[in-house]
Design a protein around this ligand. Structure first.
Ligand code: RTP
Ligand code: MG
Length: 148
């Protein structure tokens, strides 16, 4: 089953959006298999955003992502990588569709609330950067069994 790495960025944590964001992915039908509140070190930030090294916004990006706690998550489900990207909306919140996370809550590109892996390769790389194997839980859900 496909997995992706999602992260509520420091602005999303500060603005009390963790619950809403988790809820959107739960309601869509995806399964959370790992999560933690953490502060990203400078070196982890540089590794995570290595593809952007040398770009004019790189230093500001690293500074922002390390500026406060983030909520890091791994989600599982059918086509979760591309679907999560759709649910997040475009990088620039001012052009992101209403109904997406960035479209509903963001205003500027440098504070765009959420990160999501953009491909299978990124997902695999980012999951292993942020989580140990033991932190990812395999389990099944059976709602009927938990109602009575
Ligand atoms: P992310 O990696 O954070 O999920 O965002 P993304 O895929 O939608 O966008 P990406 O191109 O990977 O850029 C990473 C983050 O860098 C900031 N950025 N600023 N022109 C700019 O000023 C610019 N371009 C990108 C954004 O905060 C973006 O989320
Ligand atoms: Mg990206």
């Amino acid at each position: 089953m496909e997995r992706t790495f999602l992260m509520v960025k420091p602005d999303g944590v500060q603005r009390n959006l963790i619950g809403d964001i988790v809820s959107r992915f739960e309601q869509k039908g995806f399964k959370i298999v790992g999560a933690k509140l953490m502060t990203i070190s400078k070196s982890l930030a540089q590794k995570h955003y290595a593809e952007h090294e040398g770009k004019p916004f790189f230093d500001q990006l690293v500074e922002f992502i390390t500026s406060g706690p983030v909520f890091a998550m791994v989600w599982e489900g059918e086509k979760v990588i591309s679907t999560a990207r759709k649910m997040m909306g475009k990088t620039n919140p001012s052009t992101a569709e209403v109904g997406t996370i960035r479209g509903d809550y963001g205003m500027v590109t440098h504070r765009n609330i959420i990160h999501g892996s953009d491909s299978e390769e990124s997902a695999e790389r980012e999951i292993s950067l942020f989580f140990n194997k033991e932190e990812l839980i395999e389990y099944s859900k059976d709602v009927d069994n938990w109602l009575r």
